[in-house]
Write a protein that binds this ligand. Structure first.
Ligand SMILES: [Zn+2]
Length: 685
């Protein structure tokens, strides 16, 4: 837009000022120059490149920018960038520009093209939103190579980006690119001094899992050091973390599982039936996933003859034995795909708008890549049976998942060693049981529960009595059914009530026990319903909220009078038990180390499954944050149930109860138990 300025002979157009020779107020010398040159641009202290950026500073999606200005040279498909080739990169590049987002993690298989997304973003930044860039590579050689083979060619091959280059000789110096208006620095993990000075706005950590391990605890890692440099740009910084995963505790998986506030998976649409799904390898016995002929186990033959296909999970394709995607159909499915958040279930941009996360992560397995034939994946998977190196290769480079430490396998076995001879449901005899308590983990698809017997005394021996899962299909209950109805709201709660409050459990002497108290997870899933269930069973079950940060007191009561997110009064209210989960997880981890015959052991009945044992190994203590984290959305429900049980036992003060030796058969167990049960403290129940 051009408008007349207040001074004659001067016109401003956006950030530019044009001064004409009829500007009589100018010194004669200046007017002379204008007459010669036609016009003079008023200098605002900006360089020409800066002004160029100002002029073109329209925010367009990075993916659009890439199609206009990015040219691939070192690629199997050289030429202008096309989003259609790797459609999944378009969404994540654009998401990086979202105002709330400061960190973007890509946990990726090597052949998905993920690094190009970060390069595109840097190209965009050069042209539209400049600021100092720092790339951090695992070592010096990689830093130099990437500079020479990736970053410089990107700038030189794009006419737009090329126009920002200076003619100075150090343009192409090994570790820095000087553009007219900004600099791009190259560093590597050990060049800590290079990481420690200039402020940086755009930071790209490439192949984080190849960074050398920190030598001492006092020394800050490259990721921390680099990130410190972005402090100046706190609001507008963008930090990329890219890697093929290695182990669970290495940087990228740690980011995905413990740091990212939102994790996205790519949902594709079947070109045959339209069914939307997240592609997965699928277990061999599962009805969908990557498939190959049943009688063929030779990886080489599968790969060379292209024998694999993808079986869609949609009901129509499932019903048709001949419906399987070829590589071509897989590519079509990916082209109509979109990113979806793992917990909210929302589409990428919907999630960003609604939740405004600062740290986001994307998972990119090899099978969404047009560069990886399905048969190559199938072959790699079959080879993974041969030895652990192949398995690690498959997990890291195809599934984009971390390799599980052997340690974890051992832990599982250790847990199974805590089993005794009792069948499921049997309470230990000899009058050692003070009471039964239960913990319930509420999930979107149902309830995980565990019932345990607790012994007398400070050791608080513990025996698993019963554990399991009660499925609840919430979608089958319409909101109308839920509205204003008295308890029970859902059939699953009936099953839960039966398990917790109606079923009885016996010891070998025939003494009967009921569950004395239960604690149920009230947060995240169906909080109102859980509150109502607790209100309908006052004195028997309490709602629990797990607190993630460490607190001064392990438990705390909080009174709730209204339904969550509303002003609607909850008749009688509920007392919510807030639990410092880290405290009880520390305790549980210690208890699991106690040998089965020693006091205080956390014992299991003889029918406990390996799955349950696995739940108890899912989390680990992150030493930096001193918090327990659950990597990779592993199932940890048994672990959570145990935590609620520990908190409940603490709250009940079971360790202060008087031990009364069994008085024999003349006294029924129920009466005996009642006699021994002291009223819990503080009258919260
Ligand atoms: Zn289908």
């Amino acid at each position: 837009m051009t408008q007349q300025s207040t001074l004659p002979g001067i016109t401003s157009s956006g950030p530019q000022l044009e001064v004409r020779a009829d500007a009589s107020w100018l010194p004669e010398a200046m007017r002379e120059r204008i007459r010669e040159q036609g016009r003079v641009e008023h200098s605002t202290g900006m360089t020409r490149a800066e002004k160029k950026v100002m002029r073109k500073r329209r925010r367009i999606p990075v993916s659009q920018w890439a199609e206009r200005h990015r040219v691939l040279t070192q690629s199997s498909m050289p030429g202008p960038w096309r989003n259609r080739t790797t459609p999944y990169l378009a969404g994540l590049m654009d998401a990086a520009l979202h105002p709330s987002v400061q960190e973007i993690g890509l946990c990726k298989a090597p052949q998905v093209g993920g690094t190009e997304a970060a390069h595109n973003f840097v190209g965009y930044a050069i042209d539209r939103d400049p600021g100092p860039v720092l790339y951090v590579f695992p070592d010096e050689i990689m830093a130099k190579e990437n500079n020479r083979d990736r970053v410089l060619p990107m700038i030189k091959s794009s006419p737009r980006l090329h126009s920002y280059m200076t003619q100075a000789v150090d343009d192409a110096s090994n570790l820095r690119i000087n553009l007219q208006h900004m600099q791009i620095h190259m560093a590597w993990a050990r060049s800590a001094s290079r990481l420690g000075n200039k402020p940086i706005r755009y930071l790209i950590f490439d192949e984080t899992d190849k960074y050398p391990e920190q030598t001492s605890k006092r020394e800050s890692g490259p990721i921390q050091l680099g990130s410190h440099r972005t402090q100046t740009y706190k609001q507008s910084r963008k930090i990329w973390k890219l890697s093929t995963p290695t182990t669970e505790r290495a940087p990228i998986w740690h980011y995905m599982s413990a740091e990212a506030e939102a994790v996205f998976h790519f949902e594709v649409a079947c070109p045959r039936c339209g069914h939307r799904q997240i592609m997965e390898l699928g277990r061999e016995d599962s009805p969908h996933g990557i498939k190959w002929p049943e009688d063929e186990r030779d990886p080489a033959r599968i790969e060379n003859n292209d024998l694999a296909w993808y079986k869609c999970a949609g009901p129509l394709c499932q019903a048709d034995p001949n419906a399987g995607w070829s590589d071509y159909e897989r590519d079509r499915a990916v082209r109509s795909g979109q990113w979806r958040e793992a917990n909210s279930g929302l589409e990428l941009f919907e999630h960003l708008r609604k939740h405004r996360p600062r740290r986001i992560g994307f998972h990119l397995p090899a099978w969404i890549s047009p560069f990886v034939p399905l048969s190559e994946v199938a072959a790699a998977f079959l080879r993974s049976y041969q030895d652990k190196t192949e398995l690690k290769n498959f997990l890291n480079n195809y599934a984009a998942e971390p390799w599980l430490d052997y340690e974890v396998e051992r832990e599982e076995d250790q847990i199974l060693e805590l089993c005794d001879e009792r069948p499921r449901g049997q309470v230990p005899g000899g009058g050692q049981t003070a009471c039964l308590v239960a913990g319930v983990d509420t999930q979107d698809d149902g309830f995980w529960f565990e019932i345990r017997a607790v012994g007398y005394g400070v050791a608080q021996d513990s025996w698993q009595i019963r554990e399991g899962f009660i499925p609840a299909d919430w979608t089958k209950v319409s909101p109308d059914q839920l509205q204003g109805r008295s308890w029970p709201y859902h059939p699953a709660f009936d099953t839960l009530r039966k398990v917790l409050f109606e079923d009885t459990y016996q010891d070998p002497d025939g003494t009967e026990y009921h569950v004395l108290r239960a604690a149920i997870d009230a947060m995240g899933h169906h909080t109102s319903e859980v509150y109502d269930f607790c209100r309908a069973h006052r004195g028997r079950i309490v709602p629990v909220q797990g607190m993630r940060s460490r607190a001064n007191r392990p438990t705390k009561w909080s009174r709730i009078d209204t339904y969550p997110g509303t002003n609607k009064a909850m008749p009688g209210g509920v007392q919510l038990l807030q639990v410092d989960t880290n405290h009880y997880k520390d305790q549980l981890a210690t208890r699991l180390q106690i040998a089965p015959l020693d006091p205080g052991a956390w014992r299991f009945h003889s029918q406990t499954s390996r799955d349950w044992a696995r739940h108890l190994c899912a989390e680990y203590l992150d030493e930096q944050s001193n918090r327990w984290v659950c990597p990779g959305h592993k199932a940890n429900h048994g672990w959570d149930c145990s935590v609620y049980i520990l908190a409940l036992v603490d709250e009940l003060g079971v360790k202060y109860w008087d031990f009364q030796p069994s008085s024999g058969n003349e006294e029924p167990g129920e009466a005996r138990r009642e006699k021994k049960t002291k009223q819990p403290r503080r009258g919260r129940w």
